[in-house]
Design a protein around this ligand. Structure first.
Ligand code: AMP
Ligand code: ZN
Length: 112
């Protein structure tokens, strides 16, 4: 998708610190980390947000969550948070579906 920074990361026209990559999924360090570990996990295919997901994407969502779990294990994180913002009022600023994997410090709840 044109003008999508995460699609540019997938196409490797934009540089980033990639930590995990499969045929469908990519994960990289957030540019502006909110915790000692802050990784973004995205589908390579452009999907703007969770509300755009359809039944055929169920497996893909599972793969994103599996990637998060594997990355957490690799980083030796026992406690972490996996969060996805859907829409501006929920904090979404990049319109390419992504999970945030956060950890490495005590995380407050509720998030506010
Ligand atoms: P959200 O606010 O949920 O849409 O999250 C978007 C995240 O993308 C933010 O945490 C940004 O810091 C992060 N971000 C924006 N541009 C880049 C980039 N080029 N590389 C890595 N992370 C980015
Ligand atoms: Zn995109």
């Amino acid at each position: 998708m044109a003008n999508c920074i995460f699609c540019e990361i997938v196409e490797k026209t934009k540089q980033t610190r990639i930590i995990h990559e499969t045929d469908d999924v990519m994960a990289f360090h957030d540019l502006n980390p909110q915790a000692p570990v802050h990784i973004l996990i995205i589908p390579k295919r452009h999907i703007s947000k969770l509300a755009e997901i359809n039944d055929a994407d169920t497996e893909l969502l599972g793969k994103l969550q599996q990637a998060a779990m594997k990355i957490a294990k690799e980083l030796d994180l026992s406690d972490y948070r996996l969060v996805m913002n859907n829409g501006r009022k929920a904090g979404q600023t990049v319109d390419h579906l992504h999970y945030h994997l956060l950890g490495g410090r005590r995380l407050l709840w509720p998030p506010g």
